[in-house]
Design a protein around this ligand. Structure first.
Ligand SMILES: [Ca+2]
Ligand SMILES: [Ca+2]
Length: 148
């Protein structure tokens, strides 16, 4: 399921279980609302539409569904457990071999809202929320996911 979402991760196996469990919970929640024709498949557009639909119905939707999943992602990416993502951790998370280094650097700087050279959990969660609530045209979100 997580593999269908728009990016690939390089994280330790033991962290994957935690991360995937969080995403599965969210995904199950989401699929019940999205998969109207019951074919079991959800594409990226349906996925975004469902998240936005959830937000329209309930402003707490992000906290209930996406929030825990994004926090799990953040903790999986924080491989040294420092509570922040440094540039190297960010690069690994977003697969530096696939995304141009300049784009990665731009993405990192945009996520680092307070400019202290590292990404906090709150900065990370806020960037995801901005991406989704900006209806996918946010520069931060595009940078975050490598490209739109
Ligand atoms: Ca770290
Ligand atoms: Ca920061």
């Amino acid at each position: 399921m997580v593999h269908n979402v728009c990016w690939q991760l390089e994280i330790p196996t033991e962290q994957e279980d935690v991360l995937y469990a969080a995403f599965e919970t969210w995904w199950g929640h989401l699929c019940s609302a999205v998969d109207a024709d019951g074919d079991g498949a959800v594409d990226c557009a349906e996925f975004v539409a469902a998240v936005l639909g959830g937000l329209d119905r309930d402003p707490a939707y992000l906290d209930q569904g996406l929030g825990p999943a994004v926090r799990a992602l953040f903790r999986a990416a924080d491989t040294d457990g420092s509570g922040h993502l440094c540039a190297d951790e960010y690069r690994v998370l977003f697969d530096g071999s696939r995304v141009h280094p300049a784009e990665l650097n731009d993405g990192f700087r945009q996520l680092d809202a307070d400019g202290d050279g590292r990404i906090s959990e709150e900065e990370f969660v806020t960037a995801f929320a901005d991406f989704l609530t900006a209806r996918t045209d946010s520069a931060t979100g595009a940078a975050l996911l490598g490209r739109p």
